[in-house]
Design a protein. Sequence first.
Length: 202
Amino acid sequence: MRKAAAFTLLVGALFPSLLAGGTGPLGGTRPTVVFADLRHGLAAGAGGIVRTIDGGRTWRRVSPLRTSALDVVASGTAFALVNGAVYRSADGRRWRLVSTPGLVALEAIDERRGYGLDGQGRLWRTLDGGSRWRRLPAPSRLQAVCATVAGAWIARGPLVWRRAGGGWRLALRARLYRGGERPSSELGCRGRAVWALVRRGV
């Protein structure tokens, strides 16, 4: 988390326009930094997409796409959301439109499989690299999704569910102080491990 934040600040210093835009938990243009390996990474936001091939020492702008979400898998294949449309790149430089499902959040597992959330918090899944999406039965008004080859998790406020068989099983109910606005949640995961950030306005 600290490394990603440091890269976000570094990229923002090099490309100030990348940091422009909203910071909403869903559908905003908050800057995102992702790495396929120790050398190859991408960063994106309202100002477009930049790429590094030397571990973050230097960055080069590769696309003007105003990106609200970005993900990359181990092979280097990357996915980006632009106004609800899914773009795909095999090398991080050349991007092509693959579908327009109206998503606001995107989570890739590999080159073919991934999950997404639409503006109403409904869960969608692709099995063909983002070309087609199918809505999945899941709790309503979701705010976050995270997935790896080992598992998948979804969240709404203080509640986190884990993929179990063909459905979802409640895995966490976070305890919150009373008062404040409706809580929002974010998820991170690696392998079988998952962590949740639950926030509430004051």
